[in-house]
Design a protein around this ligand. Sequence first.
Ligand code: EPU
Length: 419
Amino acid sequence: MDKLIIKGGKPLKGEIRISGAKNAALPILAATLLAQEPVTIANVPHLQDVTTMMRLLGSMGVHLSVDDHMQISVNSSGVENFYAPYDLVKTMRASIVVLGPLLARYGKAEVSLPGGCAIGSRPVDIHIKGMKALGAEVEVENGYIKASAKKRLKGTDFLFDVVTVTGTENLIMAACLAEGQTILRNAALEPEVEDLARFLNTLGAKISGAGSDTIIIDGVEQLGGGHYTVLPDRIEAGTYLVGAAMTRGHIKIKNIDPTIMSAVLSKLREAGAEISQGDNWIELTMNQDRPKAVNIFTNPYPAFPTDMQAQMMALNTVAEGVAVVTENVFENRFMHVQELQRMGAKIELKGKSATCWGVEKLTGAPVMATDLRASASLVLAGLVADGETVVDRIYHVDRGYERIEEKLTQLGATIRRDS
Ligand code: EPU
């Protein structure tokens, strides 16, 4: 199993390019199931989760090819299988986003229930409720969601009980080909939801309001093809910025839209970072100062993202002062705490809050990645720790960070992969 071996102590310095957003690329790839004509997608990150989505679509009969720049050409005219097996879904929960497009275009879908995962129970009840509201018949049997629609789905007025990102995406995709108008209320505002809607509109869908909590979809008979460029990854960007702040460094990240990162940038400023930004870049310097501890309160966009909670906690472990990190989105997203403690972090966990007392130094240790963002926090901790940190099970990191060791090396870190 691959490991990352990090020798801490060097400030991150230099420039890197941010990749396309994983959480936009995955639903966009699934949405190609709706397209009657060929589609090309650019700025797709080269990640394990993208490979898994491509395998899943390939198993259904979608034809995919990738060029040297990770531009993916997709032709979904030959789909003959409407099945997402447990083996794939259990490795990537985002597989659930094939449910909406399969049901809308083919009137049937059989998708494994994802089950629990390292960050919480993560039910999909709202996805199912939404499909039923659009007129589908849905049963859960033998661990599978079995959905069918005898005729075209029918537009509806649907209120999400809980704000859900992939739930909103699944319903947008299903409603695209439904008869009449669908109104989604209390929808997720995440930029990745908006990106999916922009992609679908490129193919001929009629979606308005994406990026707000009320999304209106006027169903069309069919979607065509087109070309689309995936938006940059705000979580990857945030992770490198936090790394620079923790190591008292100075970096510039390119190919990023700063306007979708307000919550993270504002917390980094509160931690003492000096940040400047342009249309598609962000520069951060700590002027070699130690960061100050900052309280974090995660919530759906535009609040502070749960996907940045672990990394910000890593920053707090070496910051000046005490801070409380409160996780409001997932009930069990603190798997990194125990590993950070092994590196000398002072953290006390109580319910959904973790209190961190910043220490002068972390010490290198063997640690184990448990989920994607937890692993990222361990890599960041390794960058400031005294001595060597070995992060095991980094297939979790590879699910969401493109060439992490290459990008960190480019920023001056001492890091290598050991297979
Ligand atoms: N929820 C329900 N019922 C549902 C759906 C969600 O109760 O049917 C609850 C969840 O249990 C959770 C909350 O609603 O407590 C929000 O979950 P959401 O559905 O928004 O999460 P998701 O769509 O499964 C996406 C991202 C996650 C990110 C969350 C929150 C993708 C592919 N995944 O997951 O990304 O943490 O939104 O922003 O977009 C990651 O990239 O590391 C990652 C986990």
